[in-house]
Design a binder for this molecule. Structure first.
Ligand code: ADP
Length: 441
């Protein structure tokens, strides 16, 4: 077997001759090949690219370098890290140690299905799944081609309604005139296929995965890679590879807002996932209960560690409204003319008891204030929300005028204000927004 020094020379010779997609110069001439280390047949390569190189080109370059290196005799594994010039420290994945990402080297999505290609990889015309090349840590996430804004919906713990908020927020943005995509990377329970009642397998066209469409939104979910009812244990690096494939190979073009349903929690998996997705802003979902709030704070800190802007905290399941209240209010109004005292007494009781703050009152707002984060609003606990989710027709689609849908619309407005589209973000975003303002006025 060739010794490490010989291998290093061969790697520099071979990789150095590859072309920089931006300038067309060789990687050596363009000073992109920054460092090569070889130890025991494992090659660690550091690339330093200019900011002008887009995310997809970076990934392609990373793959090409890993492929070229692994073809060299004596190379057992290649670990490639791409840094953006001037952001070398920032682009090093904090908390996502090179080891975790580099492990992706040997385990692309193929590993998820016991050695066979993943369904997506198979359908993608035999295209090599991302992550199988030895491609290592992602560089600073850039923007996604054809996508205006990427918004992550996250939570510190499961069961707080994160997916429900993600899907209804997406629908609410769509109702406001935006073109919306939904990406579900909740490893522990990808639920968007159920929430939207779409369970087909995605197709491939021109080597691009065609996202499914639900309620007029482009949709892709880890759920489409899982067999029904089969629990799948996804290792972090495998998921990272699949997610990169979801981002790179899925045709998201013409999407104003891509809503990403993140896995709950703040472990290593979440860190590397958040690192893989070029996020413009994150929304943290919590219930007002103390336990959920502690985890929400952890979630918020995780995004801060990753230099992802947290747009704010949204409180879900804030209160339960007594369903008899609207009818009683109308009786109260009738009574006011003849028995104003009784009307007042009914009103006092309703004001106090119409809403039950099941998980405590105002916890989300207090926590947002404590953490110096925006409070994005409250979503009531409403059986219609649960029913909509179970029946595959989320409440914003099924009952757009209902109070709970109004709450989601308010949330969508705040998100769109916090991360407005810029001219050029998507082909007719300006036009659509213009149309919407016209409709509102
Ligand atoms: P997570 O993604 O945080 O695990 P889900 O979105 O799957 O949580 O929601 C968990 C359950 O709670 C689902 O049955 C969902 O329908 C229900 N749910 C979520 N939000 C609400 C709400 N505001 N009102 C009523 N039920 C809700």
């Amino acid at each position: 077997m060739a010794d490490d020094l010989t291998v290093k020379g061969a790697v520099i010779d071979t990789v150095g001759e590859l072309k920089d997609p931006a300038s067309g110069d060789t990687l050596l001439d363009a000073h992109i090949l920054d460092d090569v280390q070889v130890a025991d047949g494992i090659v660690t390569i550091r690339l330093l690219v200019g900011e002008e190189l887009g995310q997809q080109d970076r990934w392609s370059l990373e793959d090409a370098v890993a492929d070229a290196s692994e073809a060299i005799e004596g190379v057992r594994e290649a670990r490639v890290t791409v840094f953006v010039r001037g952001h070398e420290e920032a682009s090093a994945p904090p908390g996502a140690p090179a080891g975790a990402a580099a492990a992706a080297a040997s385990s692309g999505p193929a590993a998820a299905s016991g050695g066979g290609a993943s369904p997506v990889a198979e359908k993608a015309g035999g295209r090599k799944p991302l992550g199988s090349s030895g491609g290592g840590a992602a560089a600073t996430p850039g923007t996604l081609e054809g996508v205006g804004r990427v918004i992550a919906v996250a939570s510190g713990k499961g069961g707080v309604g994160k997916s429900t908020v993600a899907v209804n927020l997406a629908l609410a943005l769509q109702r406001q005139g935006y073109r919306v995509g939904l990406l579900d990377i909740d490893v522990y329970g990808p639920s968007l296929p159920t929430l939207l009642g779409v369970n087909e397998r995605p197709n491939v066209h021109n080597r691009r995965i065609v996202p499914l469409v639900a309620e007029g939104m482009k949709l892709m979910s880890l759920g489409y890679l899982m067999e029904d009812d089969t629990p799948v244990i996804w290792r972090g690096p495998i998921v990272t590879g699949i997610i990169r494939q979801f981002l790179q190979d899925v045709d998201w073009s013409g999407t104003d807002y891509l809503i990403v349903d993140m896995p709950p929690g703040t472990g290593d998996a979440q860190l590397s996932l958040a690192q893989s997705v070029p996020v413009d802003g994150a929304v943290i979902v919590t219930t007002p209960s103390d336990l959920a709030l502690i985890d929400a704070a952890r979630g918020l800190h995780m995004f801060e560690t990753l230099n992802v802007d947290v747009l704010g905290i949204v409180e879900n399941m804030s209160w339960f409204a007594w369903p008899g209240a609207p009818a009683l209010r109308s009786i109260m109004e009738d009574a006011r003319a003849t028995a104003p005292e009784i009307a007042d007494r009914i009103e006092a009781v309703l004001d106090e008891h119409e809403r039950t703050w099941i998980f405590g009152r105002d916890g989300g707002q207090r926590e947002a204030e404590r953490l110096g984060a925006e409070f994005l609003g409250r979503i009531p606990l409403d059986p219609e929300v649960r029913r909509g989710g179970d029946e595959g027709r989320p409440v914003v689609a099924a009952a757009p005028e209902s109070p709970v849908s109004e709450a989601f619309l308010g949330l969508a407005r705040r998100i769109a204000e916090a991360r407005p589209l810029e001219t050029g973000d998507s082909p007719d975003a300006g036009k659509r927004k213009g149309l919407f303002s016209f409709m509102k006025s």
